[in-house]
Design a binder for this molecule. Structure first.
Ligand code: NDP
Length: 509
């Protein structure tokens, strides 16, 4: 593993020059700082703000208005007015398509600015923010824009003198609560389908990463989205998040984050207006590497990127490597070598493949998992330490641990660059291990045997099963979990289902 530093470029290379250029641009960015309600920037009712500390160096980059229940009330009222007015919900779908497409183009035009905001706000490498977060955000906006005026409703088979229409209507005011790991992209996965079908929204970004959501709302207004249709209220979970979850005038909630908060949203819904809730709650996704796996160099590279990309702060991170005993040594050696090629460093440095963890509390949590694993008897094969402490940022080495299935680190979501290696002898054992956690978000099977691939894919209880690849995806396919990884799907045409409700209109002719 190589590290680069945050402040001192060792020599003037094209990469260090680019880092300096990005740092310069980052320092001259306008940091969004106010709530966005009814098409306007407003302060929090309480007047309070909270500091945004950049995980790359622990320094304050700005202060953001701290919305709470009073601001959620204002935002929901604006969203309700906008919905009831029909200014968006009753627009011709073709017009909604145009606005979303204009927004997609504006996001493209502001790609560097948005990627910089994301990078300094939550610590991911700028290059990844451009290549993944911004690109996928644009894809989501384009996909749902394209879909919305090509989606037909149904006419049911009935008796000759009856006509039954089954139509989908927007559900109303949607509350979206999103996490900090892919702030803009997670927002887009929810905002794009929800707006496309005619809803209005209140979006609460995570306190660790509110900047791009605020910018998205501004760009949406520039794209022609009517006031009040998309409102963004940064604030804290127990105040703003809870107020949204419990609001009597919110018609549906879509949430991505931890299981414990997901449970709370179900309680909020049960104790308020029984609003439908959809939850995407993370995972402990396994790679199952069979003895006939193709090209172990390639498998190792995919295993490494599957866990180290985005510093392991991905719900679908491939955090468990289940490897057949006959190839264990060969494969693990390669994965460890791949981990040593990762470069941990300043997110703005193009050489960095891992940036900083999102915040100091999370850094301690990840280090706690590693220390706990070692105390339980795990063997550290690579990494395991905090690095670049002198920068003031929150950096951890890519870490590979040899573990037993009963250990905490083998069962719980670390949400950091920590891979747990387990060994199996039979396919049955592999399936039992794969299914042996509370999660069921994703998995991968590595084999050259078609029958093994299909059989394994059927037996693993996960929302996505990759065969001979990892994290390959497209906007066309649904994403979401089995078991305690949640329910409801983001992406694909299926995502539109949770933002609409079915109406039957039965006519006697
Ligand atoms: P949380 O689930 O706490 O946060 C996700 C969102 O929920 C944030 O917007 C947060 O607001 C909000 N929230 C927090 N508490 C409440 C509450 N009581 N009522 C309503 N909303 C609330 O995730 P964390 O940031 O704490 O991360 C902890 C762990 O969760 C991670 O280590 C990881 O294991 C998992 N996680 C999974 C994610 C996924 O993609 N599935 C994403 C993020 C985390 P705020 O942060 O502003 O308080």
């Amino acid at each position: 593993m190589t590290t680069t530093t945050t402040t001192d470029a060792p020599a003037l290379t094209p990469e260090s020059a680019r880092r300096d250029e990005l740092e310069q641009r980052a320092s001259s960015l306008t940091i969004p700082s106010r709530l966005f309600i009814d098409g306007a920037h407003v302060d929090a009712t309480s007047g309070r703000t909270f500091a945004r500390v950049s995980p790359r160096n622990g320094q304050v980059i700005g202060h953001v208005a701290e919305g709470d229940a009073a601001d959620i009330d204002r935002a929901v009222a604006a969203a309700r007015r906008a919905f009831d007015s029909g200014v968006w919900s009753q627009q011709h779908p073709r017009e909604r398509r145009k606005v979303l497409q204009r927004l997609a183009r504006l996001v493209e035009e502001h790609a560097e600015e948005l990627a910089l905001l994301e990078s300094i706000d939550m610590g991911k490498p700028f290059t990844d923010a451009v290549a993944v977060d911004i690109r996928v955000t644009v894809q989501a906006l384009d996909f749902y824009a394209e879909a919305v005026d090509k989606h037909y409703d149904e006419v049911a088979p009935t008796a000759y003198d009856r006509l039954a229409l089954v139509t989908r209507e927007p559900i109303g005011v949607v509350g979206a609560v999103v996490p900090w790991n892919y702030p803009l992209m997670m927002a887009a996965w929810k905002v794009a389908p929800a707006l496309a079908v005619g809803n209005t929204m209140v979006l609460k970004p995570a306190e660790q990463s509110p900047l791009t959501a605020l910018r998205l709302a501004e760009l949406a207004t520039e794209a022609g989205l009517p006031d009040g249709v998309l409102n963004v209220v940064p604030g804290f979970g127990p105040t703003a998040g809870q107020a949204l979850g419990r609001h009597m005038d919110v018609d549906a909630v879509t949430f991505t984050g931890s299981g414990s908060v997901g449970r709370r949203f179900m309680t909020y819904a049960a104790e308020s207006n029984i609003k439908p809730v959809s939850l995407e709650l993370g995972g402990k996704s396994p790679h199952i590497v069979m003895p006939d796996a193709p090209d172990l160099d390639h498998v190792a590279a995919q295993v490494a990127s599957g866990i180290f990309f985005n510093m392991g702060e991905s719900c679908s991170a491939g955090s468990r490597l289940l490897v057949h005993r006959s190839i264990r040594h060969e494969l693990v050696e390669r994965v460890v070598a791949a981990s040593r090629h990762e470069v941990v460093g300043d997110p703005l440095d193009p050489r960095s493949t891992l940036g900083a963890l999102v915040e100091d509390v999370h850094l301690e949590r990840v280090l706690g998992f590693i220390a706990g694993a070692e105390a339980e008897g795990a063997t550290t094969l690579a990494g395991g330490r905090q690095v670049l402490r002198e920068t003031g940022g929150y950096y951890v080495e890519p870490t590979v641990l040899e573990v037993e299935p009963s250990m905490t680190v083998a069962r719980e979501e670390v949400f950091g660059p920590v891979l747990s290696v387990l060994t199996f002898d039979t396919p049955e054992e592999a399936v039992a291990l794969a299914n042996g956690t509370e999660f069921g978000l994703a998995a991968a099977v590595w084999t050259t045997d078609l029958s093994t691939a299909h059989t394994m894919a059927r037996r693993v209880r996960a929302g996505t099963v990759w065969v001979n690849c990892y994290d390959d995806s497209d906007m066309t396919v649904p994403f979401g979990g089995y078991k305690q990884s949640g329910f409801g799907r983001d992406k694909s045409l299926h995502a539109m289902e949770k933002y609409t409700q079915l109406k039957t209109t039965w006519i006697k002719l």
